[in-house]
Design a protein around this ligand. Structure first.
Ligand SMILES: NC(=O)c1ccc[n+]([C@@H]2O[C@H](COP(=O)([O-])OP(=O)(O)OC[C@H]3O[C@@H](n4cnc5c(N)ncnc54)[C@H](O)[C@@H]3O)[C@@H](O)[C@H]2O)c1
Ligand SMILES: [Zn+2]
Length: 349
């Protein structure tokens, strides 16, 4: 009879051998965010460029894949297009992939860079305000799958992010406001000190300000493990905001976040019976042109509840939102579907 290989022999663990081996694999992220004009002189020699065709880059000799920044690009087929481009040009670990465009393009290029050859170097060059202050900060990459946003993704920050605010010259004002909504959200939840004045800074200062606020949170919770004090704080306005976006697809993300912020703070006042300084928040959102009339969008409480139950912050049917009692005093508040029913019916009466 053929002796079975040692691999197949059944052994009981020797008492002296530990049956439980623990290991720690600490992944350290390193990257830089630089404020400068994005010029061909900066491109590393063996880089490959993936650029939104809406952006006119000065002519350069490097291989370039034109790819639109849009939700449809954040898909398996968008990912495949990028991976094919990398393979066609024989990208390797010496290659740098440079993504130039909005947040949706950066998200999927970052994902491709994280899995191609198990990870190659990439640069993010955001061209919308939202991408400069939010999507290019914090290392989340991803694509939409099975009708769920960002269902597939990785944590893989760009090795270098270049902020060139001259790209914003062509951005429609509604898109500019989207970025402002996210900046206002961060300032409101996190920064008591500069709340009154943060909007008075010039655009580069404002972008740097928002990036630092976001990095302050992300750097203590890279992998979104903290329950109440980490990245979740960046979700203010998004519990109701995402639901409003689903109910009214014509509303932009930033505008939905602005409506969500006020709705959530009104609900928090109802639940806690304490002030959440809503007038200050409302005035700031309206000053930059964002609407705050959330009542007009919360007509159907059951549909709203259905969408909020799908929110990634919802766990075992306990709903959560992030609000602040005053600037810089952000906290996580749990609530129930019944609370929404009462809240919406109070709006009608
Ligand atoms: N990874 C993260 O942490 C993170 C954070 C926030 C948002 N996001 C993602 O970012 C995406 C949204 O990004 P977005 O708001 O940049 O939108 P987007 O990437 O969809 O781009 C929006 C539109 O703006 C156009 N555009 C881009 N730059 C322009 C410019 N300079 N001038 C004129 N038009 C320009 C694009 O062609 C596109 O039509 C979403 O998919 C969202 O999930 C990711
Ligand atoms: Zn957002």
């Amino acid at each position: 009879m053929r002796a079975s290989s040692p691999r197949h022999q059944k052994r009981s663990p020797a008492p002296s051998v530990e049956s439980h081996i623990k290991f720690f694999c600490s992944q350290v992220f390193e990257g830089s965010i630089e404020f400068l004009a994005f010029k061909p002189e900066l491109y590393p020699a063996n880089s490959l460029i993936i650029c939104d065709p809406i952006i006119q880059l000065p002519s350069h000799p490097l291989p370039t894949l034109p790819l639109e920044s849009k939700e449809a690009t954040k898909s398996l087929s968008g990912l495949q297009t990028i991976l094919q481009f990398l393979a066609d040009y024989q990208a390797d670990r010496e290659t740098t992939v440079i993504a130039v465009g909005g947040g949706s393009l950066l998200d999927v290029v970052g994902l491709a860079a994280s899995i191609y050859m198990r990870g190659i170097s990439w640069w993010a060059v955001p061209t919308t305000l939202l991408a400069m202050v939010d999507a290019s900060v914090g290392g989340k990459t991803g694509l939409n799958f099975n009708n769920v946003k960002n269902l597939i993704g990785s944590f893989y920050p760009a090795n270098k992010t270049i902020i060139d605010s001259s790209f914003l010259a062509t951005l429609p004002s509604s898109r500019y406001c989207e970025g402002l909504a996210e900046i206002i959200k961060m300032a409101w939840i996190l920064d008591a000190e500069k709340w009154q004045t943060f909007l008075n800074q010039d655009i580069d200062q404002l972008i740097a300000y928002a990036i630092k606020l976001k990095l302050g949170i992300v750097s203590r919770d890279w992998f979104e493990k903290l329950e109440d004090t980490g990245r979740i704080l960046l979700n203010a306005g998004h519990t109701f905001g995402h639901a409003i976006e689903r109910l009214y697809p014509e509303i932009s993300h930033g505008q939905a976040v602005a409506l969500g912020l006020i709705a959530e703070h009104e609900l928090a006042e109802m639940l806690t019976q304490s002030s959440h300084s809503i007038a200050q928040l409302k005035e700031t959102l309206e000053r930059v042109g964002l609407k705050t009339n959330y009542q007009d969008y919360l007509k159907n409480s059951e549909q709203l509840i259905a969408y909020i139950l799908k929110d990634k912050k919802t766990y075992k049917h306990i709903l959560q939102m992030v609000v602040a009692t005053a600037p810089g005093q952000g906290y996580c508040l749990k609530f129930t579907a019944e609370d929404i029913r009462v809240f919406v019916s109070n709006l009608r009466s």
